[in-house]
Each structure stands twice: as structure tokens, then as C-alpha cells.
Design a binder for this molecule. Sequence first.
Ligand code: PLP
Length: 405
Amino acid sequence: MINRRKALKSLATLPFIGSFLGANSLAANPSSAAIVSSVRRDFFKELGLRTFINAAGTYTSMTGSLMPKEVSDAISYGTTEYVNLDELQDKVGERIAELLECEYATVSSGCFGAMSIGMAGILTGMDPKKVKQLPNTEGMRNEVIIQESHTIGYAQALTNVGAKVVKIKTARDLEKAINKNTAMLWFLNANTDQGAIKWEEFIALGKKYNIPTFIDCAADVPPVENLFKFTKMGFDLVAFSGGKGIRGPQSAGLLLGKRKYIEAARMHTPPRGETIGRGMKVNKEEVLGMLAALELYLQKDHKAEWAMWEAQVKLISDSALEIKGVETEVHVPKYANHVPSLRIRWNQNLVKITPNEVRDQLKNGHPSIQTVGDNSSVGITTWMMVPGQERIVAIRISEILSSAT
Ligand SMILES: *Cc1c(COP(=O)(O)O)cnc(C)c1O
């Protein structure tokens, strides 16, 4: 057997030895290797960053959600071997489609990425010339119809790839707006109640004029049923964020629906290079992380989890209510971020502090706690906390409010 020293010596005759030696000399030092593997580095501390308890919800600015160990294990596993990227996406797409009982699926770079590649695929179909041409849509249908009440900044994902947004209010307006350039109808599930056109009618209009329909469901789990509902209802494409309620990688997402549209969307994704989606890369680690997160989410005891959130919210609410002048309200948004959510208000003549001051004190205290809110209330959800942290939040809020009485 050739020993290590001999192997290194023979490598010395090869041209790129410098880089080999760099890697080997580190590994050859047993004490430094041991240090690297046995001590868990506190990267955020090293970088001078404060971590916090997330009592706010799933926000990109707060880095989304925390991934369960099963998900980070899948990601770590992905780092250890090579695999063909397209073959991986093919297999995982089939597996997700089977799990979610839809025609096909792919893992995207977030819900925003799913919107961009889904839109791009509808603009170009499988035509490689058109794929290369985006965001120039010359020679393609390029209008996407949106209800005015569904207007949201994230529609930029559609215009980024070259589509033009046409806003309408009613079903009649929509029919009038349809013309030879109409490419897609886009629906924002979070704003279902605000729009005149509801799911079924929207889908029916798409079918009547043979125009694909897309629904943005980014923040729409829970309930878990939504992962199945909208493809079954007839939307051609359905998009979810991977790193919100599903707790997968925050930079991953799901595009579900009709195979022909998803295959066209994949024309725009890596490894293909001359495409509008080349920068929206999802590598094996995130693809596996997304799959593992989805499997775990589907197996979860959703009732038990809901009961835990209710109990956590109640604990925080009860502790705030012990202070005279404080009122609380628990509400569950009907669409998007559909979880028990607490609003805390108080009579500022009795508790002499503003909600924004309370939020600042929570954020700047120890540990730091992030909440949402405005001039009239502090808003809290517990679903993004590590269970147990609700006690810390309850104590801190009670301390801050009572010291202002
Ligand atoms: C969060 C969100 C997005 C973007 O999702 P990412 O997964 O962060 O890319 C798009 N639409 C809506 C309605 C959202 O809430």
C-alpha cells in the first residue's frame, strides 16, 4: 500500500500541487482537524450579530423559519455526493407530485422564484429561442391579468421576466381585458376576500378562454390541505414558499401543477445557462431539504401543533392581562399566515408607554424579542418560536408593561 507521504511526493510532480498541498496540509495537522470537528462554532456571535426570539412570524428580513433537524440532515447529506441536477429535480418533482396528488412539481428558489420561472415557462413554452430571448417578449403573448385588489409587490416576479401586468376589478372587466396577448391569469390567495372574483370563477374564466391560471399561496400553510386544494380545484400552477409554514430552506419553494407548464418553467432553470432563471439556482442540498421538510410537514400532528400555539398565545395573553388597563385579542387570519395571533393593547393613561416603545424594549432587551405591530398594538405569533420561548416572551412583556404603570 502506498503511504500518504509517498502519495504526496508523487503528486508533487503534477502541475496543480499548490492547491492540493493547501488542502492536505490542513487535514494533516491532527490537532487543528480535531478542533474544527469538535467545537460548534458560534458564527453569529463571531460576527457580532444578535440572534432573537421570533415572536413576529415568517419574515424574509428575520431569515424566515427554523429548519427541523430532519431537514438540516437532508441538507448535510446532500453535501457529501455528486448527482446530476436535472435527474435529481426530475425524481424529486415526481415524488412531490405523488405526495401532493398533483400532476407534477419542481423545487424553486422560493415562491418568488416559482412565480418567475412559472411565468417564464408560460411565455416561452418549450421553444429554446424564446427562452433565450426573455425578458424581451417580442413574438410572445405577454399580458398577465391580475385583480386590482390582488396587487402586491411580489408581482415583480412576473414583470421581471418580461410580462406586463393588466389590472381589472370584475369578471366582466377580465373578459374584456382578454385579447390575443393574454398569457396568464394570476391570483393572490392572501387577498381572496378583497377580490370580486373568487377561485372557481377565476379558474372557469381561464378554462373558457384557454388561458393558464396561477395562484400564489406563498404563506398559505397551515392549513396543510392547501397543498392539495388548489391543484385539485383546477389552477394550472400553484406556488408555495419553502421556508414559511413548511419550514424547509428559506431560499426554496414549490411550484406545483400541470406538467407541461412545469417542464417549460424548468427550461429557464439551471443547469441551463442562457436563461432568465440562471441566477435562481436551487442546488441538491436545498432540493433535498425541501423534500424532507415537505415529508415531515405532511406527517405532522397538525391538531396538536395548533393546540400548542393556542396554549402559548393564551399564556402570553394571560400574563399581559394581569396588568390593569391591558386588553388582548386572539385572531386567526383567514388566508395566509393562518395561525393564532395575539394583539395586545392598553389604555395609555394607565400604562404609560406606546406600543412602539414596548416593541423597541423587547427588541433591545435580553434576550432580544422581535414582534410586529403599529401605533395601537403589539402583535405576536408563536409558531416561529422554539417551544418554551413563549414563557420568556410572557415574562418580558409583563415586565415592560408593569414598569410603565
Ligand atoms: C412570502 C411571499 C412571497 C415570496 O416568497 P419567497 O418564498 O420568500 O420567495 C410571494 N408572495 C407572497 C404572498 C408571500 O407572502
